[in-house]
Design a protein around this ligand. Structure first.
Ligand code: FMN
Length: 213
């Protein structure tokens, strides 16, 4: 049994990575974490080159991920909230699961998934987007978790004065940026607890898989 954790955030070691890892930390079977940051993953171009053999013919970093996806029994998929939807890199990755859909999608159908969303406000829309992708690929979503990450406005240099940025949005004008107000996963213990519970739940479900085979 193996669980593959994928973070679609373009920022390494930020909240999405940490939240995906928080789920994996409680999984009691083999796990592997992969960050998509820096990877070149194109959108699906609907060439249908994958129809006959369920193998995408686009030559990019998705090729190296394909076998890991096939080999895993479950997925913990994280993405970030960009414009109230999941970020482009994660979207491209999930689009490319299309290669598995033909001929009843046997390579990944029936596996388990957990949706992880992070946003400057929250990751709720992202979680819903990921759940849709999982459903289309016949992956059963057994849970979700959403957290607040640090919007770039806290560190871009204009955060205290910019009227359309996250600092004004969350705290109003004349706010001084101090470390205390910068969102951080460690300040959301209830979310870490939820992630941990999901890891345990996934382990239990996978035990059921192992017994059935
Ligand atoms: C292009 C862009 C658009 C964003 N749009 C939103 C948004 O619509 N809603 C939101 O809550 N956060 C938004 N954010 C903030 C990110 O979701 C936030 O920084 C989050 O922490 C990113 O996850 P990460 O820390 O794992 O990289 C946006 C950030 C970027 C770069």
């Amino acid at each position: 049994m193996k669980v593959l954790g994928i973070s679609g955030s373009p920022r390494k070691n930020h909240t999405t990575d940490l939240l995906v890892k928080a789920v994996l930390d409680s999984v009691k079977v083999e796990t592997e974490f992969i960050s998509l940051a820096g990877m070149q993953i194109s959108p699906c171009i609907a060439c249908l080159g994958c129809v006959k053999d369920n193998i995408c013919k686009l030559n990019d970093d998705m090729q190296g991920l394909r076998q890991k996806i096939v080999d895993a029994d479950a997925y913990v998929i994280g993405a970030t909230n960009y414009y109230s939807m999941l970020n482009g890199l994660a979207h491209c990755f999930l689009e490319r699961l299309y290669q598995f859909r033909h001929n009843e999608g046997k390579a990944i159908a029936g596996k388990l998934g957990i949706a992880v969303g992070v946003g400057g406000s929250n990751g709720d829309p992202v979680v819903n987007n990921i759940k849709t992708f999982l459903q289309y690929n016949q992956i059963e979503c057994i849970g979700e978790v959403s957290a607040q990450g640090a919007a770039s406005c806290f560190t871009c240099g204009y955060g205290e004065t910019c009227k359309v940025g996250a600092v004004h949005m969350f705290f109003g004008p004349d706010t001084k940026i101090t470390p205390e107000i910068i969102p951080d996963l460690s300040k959301q213990p209830e979310i870490i607890e939820q992630a941990s519970e999901l890891g345990h739940k996934l382990t239990e479900r996978l035990k059921g898989f192992a017994c059935a085979t």
